[in-house]
Design a protein around this ligand. Structure first.
Ligand code: PLP
Ligand code: COI
Length: 338
């Protein structure tokens, strides 16, 4: 039996679901892990995650299809990206197959929280890892916890496919050769103040420029940027300090192979916004959020419209979401059944 929630009006907020998966690394090995109802962690005061930010996470979703089954979207990509984050922070990685199996266990155990097909909502899944144990020096932990929890969510940016406005931030979320490409908490801690300042001025979120030259667009809050040029090229930034978004790589492929556009990663100069007729943010939580206007210092640049989604962005959205919910045939290997 599915839960009775207001599925169509879920935002992006914490909801305690019934089960989460937890596994411990100690004495050089991971235990086999288990499902638990306990959503609290009891960890050592010296845990490296608490002092030195030795932690990382992933974000992915499960989708209820028309036939009632449940889809995961490219979960092995999340497993691989988490390994890269772990490598960057000298953490023990969690084996790929076991990562995907843990995610499936959590989805199955919380099946009644997976939103019904047709509501637009999905089950957001949050795998994470933290360095724990008795420690005080700045060095990698000897012990780790890997855990996965999940909750139903709706739109991340208010309005979903309605366009909204963003503002270029004077701050950076990551350093040029820092941890921007890893999904680690420090990048998000650095984004809290810019995000707050953007929202205080009624913008949906902050847009970050490249930290080296401040001349190119990098990220849109917790999502990647894309633009559609007047001659129908899908462009998304290429940079060592942005998160390699799984949604972004999926859209690059779909733009080229399903929409017959030219699609490329490249530089997106902040003083060349006129080349775009549409722009958007993309990510697991954000899905595709059209960027209406972008405040760049004293100038306000409008792409397609301040309120409406552009036609190409809409087609990309329909293709992506259609695949995720099982309505449109997926490229080989993109859907994993729970
Ligand atoms: N960029 C940042 C900073 C993010 O937090 C996310 C969210 O995961 C993304 C981009 C989008 O990545 P993905 O499409 O893999 O969810
Ligand atoms: C995701 O899209 O999964 C993210 O990680 C964004 C999140 C930080 C809210």
């Amino acid at each position: 039996m599915t839960k009775e929630l207001d599925w169509k009006n879920l935002g992006f907020s914490y909801i305690k679901t019934d089960y989460r998966f937890i596994s411990h690394y100690k004495d050089g090995q991971w235990d086999k892990g288990e499902l638990t109802r306990d959503n609290r962690l009891h960890i050592a005061e010296g845990s490296t995650a608490l002092h030195y930010g030795q932690q990382c996470f992933e974000g992915m979703k499960a989708y209820r299809t028309a036939d009632g089954s449940i889809n995961l979207f490219r979960p092995y990509e999340n497993a691989r990206r988490m390994k890269k984050s772990c490598d960057r922070l000298l953490m023990e990685s969690y084996p790929e197959e076991q990562f995907v199996e843990a995610v499936k266990q959590v989805v199955r155990a919380n099946e009644k929280w997976v939103p019904p097909y047709g509501t637009g909502a999905s089950l957001y899944i949050r795998p994470f890892m933290i360095g724990v144990g008795d420690n005080i020096g700045v060095k990698p932990a000897d012990e780790y916890i890997f855990s996965v929890f999940a909750m139903p969510v709706g739109s991340y940016f208010k309005g979903g496919l309605k366009a909204s406005n963003f503002i270029v931030s004077p701050y950076d979320r990551a350093a040029p050769r820092g941890t921007g490409a890893a999904k680690v908490g420090g990048n998000y801690a650095a984004s809290l103040l810019p995000g707050k300042e953007a929202k205080e001025r009624s913008f949906s979120d902050a847009v970050y420029l490249d930290p080296e030259t401040h001349s190119k667009i990098e990220e849109v809050g917790a999502a990647n940027f894309f633009g559609i040029t007047h001659d129908d090229v899908f462009i998304t930034p290429k940079s060592p300090s942005i998160l390699p978004s799984i949604t972004k790589y999926s859209l690059l492929w779909l733009a080229e192979n399903r929409l017959n556009l030219k699609a490329e990663e490249g530089d997106v100069y902040i003083d060349d916004l006129d080349q775009f007729k549409e722009a958007g943010a993309c990510g697991t939580a954000a899905v595709i959020a059209p960027i209406g206007g972008l405040q760049v210092e004293e100038d306000f640049h409008v792409f397609y419209s301040e309120t409406e989604v552009g036609p190409i962005t809409k087609r990309l959205y329909n293709e992506l979401v259609g695949i995720q919910f099982g309505d449109i045939e997926a490229p080989e290997g993109w859907i994993e059944k729970v």
